[in-house]
Design a protein around this ligand. Structure first.
Ligand code: FE2
Length: 377
């Protein structure tokens, strides 16, 4: 998606005979995520990707949102989530709408099945834990602080070096992309962008599995899970090329833009989705005007909700948050620094910040008194 990439062996021309050592043909597959005009890759399988041994309906997984929710600020404490499940089954959906779903996971187990989300791009944020995102396109190693961008339809499995591990998973019904204003007409990242092609890590190694047996791929589509069974390993690709593949980007490689006066949240934008954006608030020098107020002014995002996930407990304008906190500041009412935070920030030169509709599971980890945290008396 960010650029052309290829791994393994592919034939000189597309749609031509490409033969195995035994004389048989490799099975070509065009992998396209937006009809035939979005980012595409062409891959070559040892087996027919269409050959299915069986399938089983695992049932409805649609999210049940809270009805009739009052409009107020919320504070969720993911620290209260006990480790459970794997990198897919362990996800709890905390909030969302028709454009985007926010899942949180404290992962206890390794994945045994493979997984394919066929109805959304996924953006995983690995808060803790290192390991390998194993995909049909090859392996993407990750460490804490990595974002993993996984195009819809990618078959993958997350393998952690050790568990438990904390992860945030954003599922987007539209594509997750690099913001357009960071790219020139050729798709290259501009000089003013807060990251560069060198920071983008595509699959580094293609491990082709020519293995027979029984393999399960759980497919999410139509708001339900279906378990597909294959008689061959799903990572049987000998080569691929194109613009569609998973990739990693570390929040530690985000180069924050700072200014003489306070810079607004769009400066921190990292990814673009349909009707939402993802920003990274990273350690940075603060505003350098001698009388600058280096925490945000009160603001009303009248048309948008603002959700913050805190990777540590160092956030300049907010008290009472902890590592793993999520604050939800909904549309329609203003928010800003809590009382005392503005005065406390004066003269500071540096910050260590990193960083819809709710579900019933979100209420289980809520701090119910958060809305009072702006009270002065
Ligand atoms: Fe805000």
């Amino acid at each position: 998606m960010p650029r052309y990439h290829r791994l393994g062996n592919i034939p000189r021309y597309r749609h031509t005979q490409f033969r195995k050592a035994d004389g048989g043909l490799y099975a070509e597959q065009l992998f396209s995520t937006r009809g035939f005009s979005g980012p595409m890759s062409t891959m070559y399988h040892i087996n027919l990707p269409t050959e299915v041994a069986g399938w089983e309906d695992l049932g409805d997984v649609s999210v049940k949102f809270l009805a009739d929710e009052a409009l107020r600020h919320r504070h969720l404490k993911t620290r209260l989530m006990e480790p459970r499940g794997d990198a897919v089954s362990g996800r709890k959906c905390l909030m969302g709408n028709n454009d985007v779903l926010w899942y949180q996971a404290n992962i206890a187990e390794q994945m045994t099945n493979f997984y394919k989300n066929a109805e959304g791009d996924e953006l995983l944020f690995m808060h803790t834990g290192s390991g390998t995102l194993e995909t049909m396109f090859g392996d993407v190693p990750f460490t804490p602080g990595d974002y993993l961008v996984i195009p819809r339809g990618t078959i993958y499995r997350v393998q952690f070096d050790s568990l438990p591990a904390k992860m945030l998973a954003i599922e987007s019904h539209g594509p997750i992309e690099i913001p357009k204003r960071y790219r020139n007409d050729f798709g290259q990242l501009e000089e003013h962008a807060p990251y560069n092609e060198r920071d983008i890590r595509p699959p580094s190694e293609l491990r082709t599995h020519d293995e027979k047996g029984e393999f399960h791929v759980v497919v999410k589509a139509r708001k339900r899970m279906t378990k597909y069974t294959y008689r061959f390993h799903p990572f049987d690709i000998v080569g691929w090329d194109g613009y569609c593949f998973p990739w990693a980007f570390s929040i530690n490689d985000f180069a924050p833009i700072t200014g003489k006066l306070h810079m607004p949240p769009p400066i921190h934008q990292t990814f673009d989705g349909h009707n939402f954006v993802v920003c990274s608030f990273c350690p940075r020098m603060l505003d350098f005007h001698p009388q600058a107020v280096p925490v945000p002014y009160n603001h009303s995002n009248v048309d948008s909700d603002e959700i913050l996930y805190y990777c540590n407990d160092k956030f300049g304008s907010r008290k009472g948050i902890e590592e793993g906190s999520i604050t939800v500041h909904p549309l329609g009412i203003p928010h800003g620094p809590q009382p005392g935070a503005v005065e406390a920030s004066l003269g500071a030169t540096r910050t260590e910040e990193l960083p819809l509709m709710l579900t019933q599971e979100a209420l289980e980890i809520e701090d119910p008194n958060y809305w009072k945290s702006w009270q002065t008396g």
